[in-house]
Design a binder for this molecule. Structure first.
Ligand code: HEM
Length: 454
């Protein structure tokens, strides 16, 4: 097993900070002058939180887009050592198509990350409370303003609900792999009753991955080890239309006399997600939420092939089953697990915007998920999940279905709820999630960052 160089790995790779630092700001910056930007970067590089630090008050991490490296002097040849999606960016026609960013989600409608609002640097700031966040954010913004080489394109805020539920009302952040070498198995076992340990190379460059290889390191002639201990960070601002979601659940569950029971709406919502609101998996609890009404169930010790092969508990096309099919991808569960483990991501997203007061009433306020994930290979991990599983109309032998939460909608999209003797199909699924911005970043190791500043 590899020993992780945690003092060279940015802290965000190894921790979400969500427990101790629930408040977050993301500063999206554009480089206007390379030399001044480097001068600004030198002290910042020294204050980045590492994987070894245990900071109480706040943590700071940093990541760069391909355009940042170009601005800072990388040649076209240097950039070719990075992964193709990173070089391309998130908005090219090819990536737009495979990610399903069309209609309202098209990059032309984004508020950042598209050609009009190109982003070079992402600063991720996490703090123990709002006061500390405001204080540290002000210090960073003053630094940016006076640098002479940077412009603040956008400041995004995020926070976590006290009970960690995302805006549709479901507990989030349960299904998460453990990075080999972090020693977090016991903690994860205690938290979720289960731990899938995945090779460090899937999430940190320079280590062996699940294919028993080491992904090539981004490098330049002067910085041959530039990619070591770095990772790719995917950022998608995903707006959630909460009242649309719950009104759809209501309309779809009306009986012959026009009545829709809240319990039926909650059950349909759970079928769409694959977990009950408390987090309890449908595969183990097909009929009711064992922790309802306000309890929390972080149970993750389950698989599909043995207990729920036909989707009678968790539908085949539910969000969690598509994004991590576990042992149900192929007939052979072991082969399936092995394959699926090559397509895992570390999710580090946080909700933004205020919780809606009444889920059935549109208050016209924006809210959603700042979806962030980390992976060593954007094509094989994040993009594969979005394209081949979430957006695939034929996933699991289904027909004209995509992920009911994040899948691209096609004409007459349906969602099947497998059951015996007959499945139920709900029709014309509206879009509940809209992409509002996004970019592919590279989060370098600490030494690489210092070299970059130098
Ligand atoms: C607004 C958008 C989204 C919402 C509301 C959402 C919601 C959820 C919820 C409630 C869970 C179950 C809790 C858990 O297992 O942690 C979950 C799991 C998951 N989601 Fe999402 N999600 C969103 C976007 C995405 C995207 C864009 C991806 C990747 C392309 C993704 C990948 C995953 C994965 C991998 C899991 C864990 C599945 C497992 O291990 O069983 N999600 N999501």
């Amino acid at each position: 097993m590899a020993t992780l160089e945690d003092s060279d790995i940015q802290g965000f790779v190894l921790s979400s900070y969500a427990g101790k630092q629930p408040c977050a700001n993301y500063l999206l910056l554009k480089i206007t002058d390379a030399a001044s930007c480097r001068r600004w970067l030198a002290p910042i590089a020294g204050s980045i939180t590492t994987g070894k630090d245990r900071k109480i008050d706040f943590s700071l991490n940093i990541a760069f887009t391909a355009s940042a490296f170009t601005a800072l002097g990388f040649t076209a040849d240097d950039l070719q050592s990075f992964s193709v999606p990173f070089q391309d960016g998130m908005c090219t026609p090819v990536r737009q198509q495979l990610l399903g960013d069309s209609g309202k989600s098209a990059p032309a409608n984004w508020s950042w990350g598209n050609s009009g609002k190109q982003v070079d640097i992402l600063l991720l700031l996490f703090a123990k409370d709002e006061e500390e966040l405001a204080r540290q954010s002000e210090i960073l913004q003053t630094g940016v303003r006076t640098s002479g080489g940077l412009e603040l394109i956008k400041l995004l805020s995020a926070g976590r609900d006290v009970n960690s539920k995302e805006h549709f009302g479901f507990l989030d952040g349960i299904g998460q792999p453990v990075i080999e070498g972090t020693g977090r198995e016991t903690r994860q076992l205690g938290r979720t009753g289960h731990a899938t340990v995945i090779k460090a190379g899937e999430f940190i460059l320079g280590y062996e991955n699940e294919m028993q290889t080491i992904d090539p390191l981004p490098a330049t002639p002067k910085m041959p080890d530039f990619g070591r201990n770095g990772t790719y960070l995917v950022f998608r601002q995903l707006e959630q239309d909460v009242s649309r979601f719950w009104n759809y659940l209501q309309e779809t569950t009306r009986d012959a006399s026009g009545i829709s029971l809240l319990a039926d709406q909650e059950k349909l919502g759970a079928k769409i997600v694959g977990r009950w609101s408390s987090g309890a998996p449908l595969t183990l609890n097909p009929h009711a939420d064992p922790a309802a009404p306000d309890g929390v169930d972080q149970h993750n010790n389950f698989s599909y092939a043995g207990k729920d092969p036909d989707g009678f508990g968790c539908p085949i096309g539910a969000h969690v089953r598509r994004t991590n099919p576990r042992d149900s991808l192929f007939d052979n569960p072991a082969v399936s697990l092995k394959t699926v483990n090559r397509h895992r991501i570390i999710r580090r997203g946080r909700s933004y915007g205020h919780k809606i007061a009444d889920v059935h009433v549109d208050d016209k306020k924006e809210r959603g998920l700042h979806f962030i994930c980390l992976n060593s290979n954007i094509e094989r991990q994040f993009e594969f999940i979005q394209q081949n599983w979430a957006n695939n109309p034929a996933f699991g032998a289904l027909n004209n279905e995509t992920d009911p939460l994040i899948g691209q909608r096609n004409d007459g999209n349906v969602f099947s709820i497998q059951a015996c003797p007959a499945r139920a199909r709900i029709h014309d699924l509206p879009e509940f999630v809209t992409t509002k911005g996004g970019a592919y970043f590279f989060m370098p190791g600490i030494n690489a960052l210092k070299q970059l500043a130098g």
